[in-house]
Design a protein around this ligand. Structure first.
Ligand code: C5P
Length: 402
């Protein structure tokens, strides 16, 4: 169910110093399951070698329009038909001009004329060249023609100047591609998520918390956003960069998280509770640091509010998805939680095993709803989040249709 898996992208590389980032871009695209074929202009080969790009893409690199051997293997028309997307990154000022006027004097410009696939460009040039009247006029024309523009960004340039014209970073380009290639099934739908751990203070320097990294929740937030949803993420303290185009609210304790969730819940269509909320908090928070002058000590704790349960008890609750992290009897506990907390879906994951669950890059899930279930085998949390979000979308629309 990974929408990006096996999507076919032609990466066009043109003559710009930002071409040194293209190898990383190819690697990141392939991590998403995308099949990449690289086409380079002659100028691009002065900045990075075709051999490097062949090694990272796993496919032969195309450079010539009139090469008998390449035409035999996969001709330019065939290549133009093969692509689901042509991304030109970096796109030089010269190439943007060629694209504007429909030139077809090298392989890349010919492909752009011969394809029915969408075309995206990531401009990269000196800030003066980017600001030049003619470049801006060309870009306006290209945008009117439906060419997608990724960037450019503003900042320090290889030429020593500062300004607009930097190519977006490879991770940002992957995000843009994800957005472009993912059908906007959740357009107009508001998704609210909780993520990460909460912290319950004992004294001014100590707190109770857990090993949740927030990665799963952050990845689900990004996947929901890529599907076109309006996403709000209420997050406990984590060391992650926030997903792009998502509204973020940072909270500390379970009580703070509850307050923030209740403030947003009324307009929410889908609520996904991935946070590992502390079940208990100290009855008393000491105002001064607790001294170690006793051999042992007893901490008295009281129960925190169950955010998820409070949401499903509302008169008009949103479609609600819970998570169950268990070290044993995963299926029984998850099914019980689905019923007891009155959830629409529950995603169960086994924690306490090496390389999966808390604080890890990978995860595996077993998802249950009232009359069905689905197993997602172990893979990266990002891929898993996309698959899960598609299932949630499917179940959400099935539910609202009833
Ligand atoms: O009961 P348990 O903590 O295992 O339930 C897990 C699910 O409930 C998760 O979705 C978690 O985000 C949510 N939860 C909550 N508030 C709590 C405890 C758990 O929202 N106080």
């Amino acid at each position: 169910m990974n929408l990006l898996a096996n999507q076919k992208v032609i990466l066009g590389i043109t003559g710009s110093i930002a071409a040194y980032k293209s190898a990383d871009l190819v690697r990141r695209l392939r991590e998403q399951g995308i099949i990449v074929r690289v086409v380079m202009t002659m100028a691009a080969t002065q900045f990075i070698t075709p051999l490097t790009l062949q090694a990272v893409s796993g496919n032969r690199v195309h450079t010539d329009l009139l090469d008998v051997e390449t035409e035999m293997a996969m001709g330019h028309i065939e290549l133009a038909r093969w692509a689901d997307l042509i991304l030109i990154a970096p796109a030089s000022a010269d190439f943007l001009a060629k694209l504007t006027y429909g030139h077809a004097d090298d392989l890349l410009s010919t492909l752009c004329l011969a394809t029915a696939a969408p075309i995206a460009v990531a401009p990269a040039m000196n800030q003066q060249m980017w600001q030049a009247f003619i470049t801006q006029e060309n870009c306006k024309k290209l945008q009117q023609r439906g060419i997608h523009f990724f960037g450019p960004a503003t900042g320090a340039q290889a030429c020593g100047e500062v300004g607009s014209g930097r190519m977006l970073e490879p991770f940002e380009l992957v995000h843009q591609i994800e957005n472009l290639l993912t059908p906007k099934k959740l357009q107009g739908i508001k998704v609210l998520l909780t993520a990460g751990p909460t912290r319950e203070d004992l004294d001014p320097v100590r707190f109770l918390s857990n090993r949740s990294s927030g990665r799963m929740g952050y990845a689900i937030a990004a996947a929901a956003q890529a599907l076109g949803a309006e996403v709000t993420l209420i997050t406990g303290p984590v060391a992650l960069s926030p997903p792009l185009h998502v509204s973020i609210f940072s909270v500390y304790s379970a009580q703070d998280m509850l307050t923030s969730v209740l403030a947003h819940i009324e307009t929410t269509d889908i609520f996904i509770a991935t946070a590992a909320v502390a079940d208990y908090r100290p009855v008393k928070m000491e105002t001064q640091k607790i001294k170690k002058n006793q051999e042992s000590m007893i901490l008295q704790l009281e129960k925190n509010p169950d955010i998820l349960a409070q949401v499903t008890q509302l008169t008009n609750p949103p479609f609600t998805v819970g998570f169950a992290a268990e070290t044993h009897q995963l299926i029984d506990y998850a099914k019980d939680k689905l019923k007891r907390k009155n959830l629409d879906m529950i995603a169960a994951n086994q924690v306490g095993i090496e390389g999966s669950g808390f604080d890890s890059e990978d995860n595996a899930l077993h998802v249950f709803w009232q009359d069905g279930d689905m197993v997602f085998p172990r893979c990266s949390k990002k891929q898993l989040a996309r698959q899960l979000m598609l299932l949630i979308t499917e179940r959400y629309f099935e539910n609202t249709a009833q």
